[in-house]
Design a protein around this ligand. Sequence first.
Ligand code: FAD
Length: 553
Amino acid sequence: MSPAVRTRTEALTALSSTPFDLLVIGGGITGAGIAREAALAGYRTALVERDDFAAGTSSRSSRLVHGGVRYLEHGHLGLVFESSRERRLLLELAPHLVRPLAFTWPVYAGARVPRWKVRAGLALYDALSLFRNVHRHEGLSVADVLACEPALTPSALKGGARYWDAATDDSRLTLANALAAREAGAVIANHLAVTGAVRLANGRLAGVAVHDRIDDAQFDVQARVVVNATGPWSDATAALTGETHGTQLLGSAGTHIAVSRSRVGNRDAVTIVSPLDGRVMFVLPAGPHTIIGTTERPARRGPDDIRATEAEVTYLLQNVNRLFGDASLTRDDVISAWCGIRPLAVARRGEVNANAASREHAVTHRPDGLVSVTGGKLTTYRAMAADVLAQATREFSASGAAPVLERTARDSRQIPLPGGDFSSREAVAAQAGAVAHDHAVGEHLMRAYGTGWRRVWQYALDEPALAPRMAPELPYVLAEVRHAVEHEMACTLSDLLVRRTHIAFETRDHGRAMARHIAPLVATYRGWSAEETERAVTHYDADVSRLFAVDAV
Ligand code: FAD
């Protein structure tokens, strides 16, 4: 049995035989964060994820850990305050995955948000971070704006401002939390779908039935408290496990596109107030690419097959073309387009405008003991987890005696995420780059793994065939494939090319050629037969068609 298969078998055996204190359904950022928090608190914790960690909304965000300038306009000051605190903390606990990002906010004549309002808003933004953001914001003259972002259209430019937030890698941040939960003692498994409830004679929820989608097996997992952290699926999960009490969720769909950065010419991030309709959006640097987004509309498809529309792609291109005068982007420039559903909590009666709806989260509980958490954002996952644990503790009392803690509780605010135990990003990247003889590879290894880059590179030292880049134009190396399978629970080609790496977002064929190229390698680590390898490639093809197809309307 290969090491990867053995690790999964052990996890499934533990899941089927252990009575857990707390079981989390859903391995997005919310569920992974709760599992880490619960395991650090000393509870016997389990997490089951139907697809892969971050396969839902948590791999389709704007990849920002941010206070949320957009929320200022809607008066969600409490959320901005909480988000700013979490941003500060994550910059410390995960310096590889969360890094400072400078934003230029250009203001043009006639803009919906005038210059004075931008300055006032950003002063409030600084204040809500207790003036402990990376740097305070600065007002910019026209010349200053163009010095920061020379590709911006100069005509009608009135000046602007520069402020700071943080960039992240959403799916790797989620994975880091899931792996940190495992390090702290949790039993976690991906590709394990909850299909129903396990109940006591008195009707109380005592666990869930699960389906192992890799080996097509079914078993039960016992737990005293079950937490529904399935984001846009949370109403469906509530229905799967018992009664629903009406919808808890307002699904708001958001699309991003990736284009070549050299075509746009942005240096850092740019905040745009759309000259077409006044909405705020971002132009974001992502290595050789620029990510543009996001739109916001009611979700017409469900979370399983949500996708971008041509109208959204056109809208994003039009906005960038208006502000970056020489870009002249066309549809052919779009490398990929994708869409995710924000799982907004239905906080106030009659609240239907997704743009104005709060990103604050809601923790609810059902009479049978199911705890559900909806809303929130990537940035605030740790705060959400703490609230869920407080509710879970009340549920423990309702279900009998408090659990006997197996370990001393530890504070998640004090413990770096895996690979985050370093102080100088430059030093780690330089070391990795020197060893790999490739500066860009070193930078990538630092950002993805932090100090864990050495374990990745060890595979290349042991097996020199794994040292080269996966593709000449991308900084990923073949050693990451083996590392992802053996250390990061990657089971499918999508796990590898959509979430452990982002090749599916970064190539026009969404990684299809790469999937065929690496499938034989993955087959050796996962023990696939020739037929299984062929099926994995076919499945990958279908999966990226689902994720990256664009609806005509
Ligand atoms: P998800 O990530 O969707 O996770 C739910 C998981 O539950 C999925 O992995 C799914 O497979 C699993 N699941 C479903 N059913 C079952 C079942 N039966 N059994 C087991 N598992 C199941 N926030 C920020 O802070 N910064 C940003 O820049 C940002 N940008 C955004 C941009 C867009 C376009 C969108 C849509 C959101 C953005 N957000 C951002 C918000 C943030 O991405 C989400 O709030 C967050 O990712 C939601 O995470 P989640 O874990 O609740 O849901």
